[in-house]
Ligand binder design. Structure first.
Ligand code: ADP
Ligand code: 5SP
Length: 505
């Protein structure tokens, strides 16, 4: 008899990962992976969505082969959900083919459009009241404004606008469906009203017909069933359920079992309750987030007031420069990424791709504190410190903008490719002074998507499925004394460098 499995997909910036999971035990039976390419320079970052579709097939076949080999049985995939990199602008023609490459979350060419859009609605506060977010250059709406201004022919040829995860979901089941989590990063979804915002869509800079957007489906029902053609593409039988999917950070929250339920004794009078844990995700982007009962509204734009994929809220800070920035510095220095050294007073603001947190889209990197005695290992360590410093600043802000208590001993769950690196983990421990948990399950985004798929079969909530699977379990590293001197140096460097990093020319 065939073994019943569920599939979770993480279509992220650098690669597609597919996990096949036993829906009962949570055993990770197989993992497939296929890389993507990102092209562009001078602020541009683009990928061909067709590449994601073929990577999905490659990774799926790899996982199925592995599952057959490991279990010695045929495997029947009964449900699949797709999580994807957030915010990317996918423009499709009437046949569902990309009009042009997708403009990714870390493409900063729309920085000027972002500023103008902010003003169009009366400022940052007006945006956060409606959407929970300030339209910084990562937000999809700014990319659509950029496209209309720079490539009007592409904009006119567009018959459907999608995010990366819902582009793939539609290829799987034929239905144009998204979810509130990923929609909340588009800039045109009102988290206050839980629907697309007509006032925003009608802004002269956007003029986007809502008929071009996917339907926002409830998170706990299927988007459809896999079509014959898609089933063939993946190598599975047709008829499997397809979940609504979500953004990659929302899926990681599902995989970690985070849910926005305020403890019974906490009421509106005490605000949004207390966070139980915060997540540090270390990939192309660095993200920090937690689950809260209150929607975040941060007019500084440092914390995005996203919705999550289980009915609550996911306040999130995101940097553009994380693992790749550190790897770049390591390769410049000709060192292994773990070869960091103590000592010295080097400060690095590794804003090589511009930056989103702080919002300096046109900035470049900056190093100070160099001496004759400075060693390459100290410079490398400064790259890690600069990347972690921005995420910690965002974490500090989550409390005030959500009315949620972020306790001094709040544990940090560290995930993403960087979580495998000792230097990353030790830098987070030293600069945060908090306990750090290293969930044993790798690929938490894909696992979260698999939990969403499994929840369609068992009718539990997806976080409840993931908790039953124990996906967040792993060793806890005790807190160490916070390295206040380094934090002060970084604060000061950022404050002094700001006027140099912010201007346009
Ligand atoms: N053993 C390791 N130690 C430190 N970093 C690692 C290790 N393995 C992978 N990485 C980092 O993980 C990153 C990829 O992480 P991932 O979460 O898959 O990224 P994304 O989701 O953006 O595609 C790479 O940029 C690489 O620097
Ligand atoms: O823009 C954000 C979050 O707002 C990024 O976190 C993207 O969702 C890309 O994620 P990775 O590919 O780096 O995992």
């Amino acid at each position: 008899m065939a073994r019943v499995l569920v599939a979770g997909v993480d279509s992220s910036t650098q690669s597609t990962k597919v996990v096949l999971v036993d829906p009962e035990s949570g055993e990770l039976v197989a993992l497939g992976r296929a890389s993507h390419t990102v092209s562009g320079h001078d602020g541009a970052r683009e990928s061909d969505p067709e590449q994601w579709w073929s990577a999905l097939s490659t990774a799926f076949h790899q996982a199925l082969d592995q599952a057959r080999e490991r279990t010695g049985a045929e495997c029947a995939v009964s449900a699949v959900s797709v999580a994807g990199q957030q915010h990317g602008l996918v423009t499709l023609d009437a046949d569902g083919r990309p009009v042009r490459p997708a403009i990714l979350w870390n493409d900063v060419r729309s920085a000027e459009d972002a500023e103008k859009l902010t003003d169009d609605l009366g400022g940052a506060q007006a945006w956060t009241e409606r959407t929970g977010t300030v339209p910084v250059a990562s937000i999809t709406a700014t990319k659509w404004a950029w496209l209309r201004r720079n490539e009007p022919a592409s904009a006119s040829a567009t018959a459907a606008v999608r995010l990366p995860h819902d582009f793939l979901t539609e290829r799987l089941c034929g239905n144009g469906v998204t979810d509130r989590g990923d929609a909340s990063g588009s800039g045109w979804y009102s988290t206050a009203q839980e629907s697309y915002d007509p006032t925003i869509l009608e802004l002269p800079r956007l003029q986007l017909d809502p008929a071009l957007l996917p339907r926002v489906a409830p998170h706990d029902v299927a988007a459809g069933e896999i079509t014959r053609e898609a089933a063939q593409h993946l190598g599975i039988a047709h008829g499997a359920l397809v979940g609504a999917g979500t953004g990659d950070n929302m899926a990681a929250a599902l995989g970690l079992g985070l849910e926005s339920v305020p403890p019974a004794h906490e009421t509106a009078a005490t605000g949004g309750g207390s966070a139980h844990a915060a997540v540090f995700s270390l990939g192309t982007s660095g993200t920090v987030f937690t689950s809260t009962a209150q929607r975040a509204q941060d007019p500084t734009g440092m914390v995005a007031g996203f919705a999550d994929a289980s009915g609550g809220w996911l306040p999130l800070g995101c940097t553009l420069n994380c693992t790749q920035a550190v790897d770049t510095v390591a390769s410049w220095l000709g060192r292994d990424r773990e070869a960091v050294e103590e000592g010295g007073e080097v400060v690095m603001l590794p804003f090589f791709d511009g930056e989103r947190t702080p919002n300096l889209p046109l900035a470049s990197g900056l190093v100070s504190g160099l001496r004759h005695a400075t060693t390459p290992g100290q410079i490398l360590r400064a790259a890690y410190e600069g990347a972690v410093h921005s995420l910690l600043a965002a974490l500090e802000r989550i409390g005030p903008v959500t009315g949620t208590e972020i306790a001094a001993d709040l544990p940090l769950l560290v995930t993403g490719g960087g979580a495998q690196g000792r230097a990353w983990v030790e830098t987070i421990r030293r600069l945060s002074g908090r306990p750090v948990v290293l969930p044993r399950a790798g690929e938490l985004v894909a696992v979260g998507a698999a939990a969403q798929a499994a929840s369609l079969l068992s009718k539990e909530s997806a976080p409840a499925v993931a908790r039953r699977w124990g996906a967040a379990d792993g060793p806890t590293l005790d807190p160490v004394t916070r390295d206040e001197a380094t934090l002060r140096r970084l604060d000061l460097a950022l404050e002094r460098a700001n006027p140099m990093l912010a201007p346009r020319s």
